[in-house]
Every structure is written in C-alpha cells, then in structure tokens.
Design a protein around this ligand. Structure first.
Ligand SMILES: [Zn+2]
Ligand SMILES: [Zn+2]
Length: 97
C-alpha cells in the first residue's frame, strides 16, 4: 500500500513569512520542503521553512543550511525538539518512525 503524501495549501500559506528563517534576508522568500515532496515530505508546519533564494539554492545543493540545519530551525520555531520534529515528519511520510 502506497502512503499518500499530506497536502495542504492552507498550511503552506500559514507558515509563509517575509523573512528567511536561516539568514534573515527579506528579499524573495520561498517556501521549502525539508523532506522533498518527491520523497513524500508533507505540507506540515514541521516540514516547511521559508528561505531566501540563496539559502534555497544552497540547501538544494547540500550546502549550509543542510536538511538537519533546517529541521533544527523549524523545531525551534514550533517549540519542539529536533527529535520530535524528525519523528513528526517521518510519521507524516508513513513510516513507523
Ligand atoms: Zn537566507
Ligand atoms: Zn526547496
């Protein structure tokens, strides 16, 4: 049975901000899925971070901010631990953590 990715335009809109959550830049902010949509990453708060174009390019090429850096920032924003954010994402992707 194939797990269905969680989709929510509403959540994507809710977490949108005008500031890069990594470097504080305020130009061209784009929502980024920490666990990519292609890998089943959900449209949940714990998987969404707002990045400027440069940070967005960097994370997609494996440079700072790495996936772990992004997850750490999002966990802090949501007031949970890194491990909790990790587990929430894994469950949303259909894994038993
Ligand atoms: Zn940035
Ligand atoms: Zn992205």
């Amino acid at each position: 049975m194939k797990h269905k990715r969680i989709t929510s335009r509403k959540t994507i809109q809710e977490v949108r901000s005008q500031i890069c959550e990594v470097c504080g830049n305020r130009t061209t902010i784009e929502p980024h899925h920490i666990n990519t949509r292609g890998s089943g990453g959900g449209d949940i708060r714990e998987n969404l971070i707002q990045l400027c174009t440069q940070c967005h390019i960097n994370t997609h090429s494996g440079q700072y901010p790495t996936k772990e850096d992004c997850l750490k920032i999002v966990a802090e924003r949501e007031g949970i631990t890194y491990d909790e954010a990790y587990a929430i994402n894994r469950r949303a992707m259909g894994y038993d953590v």
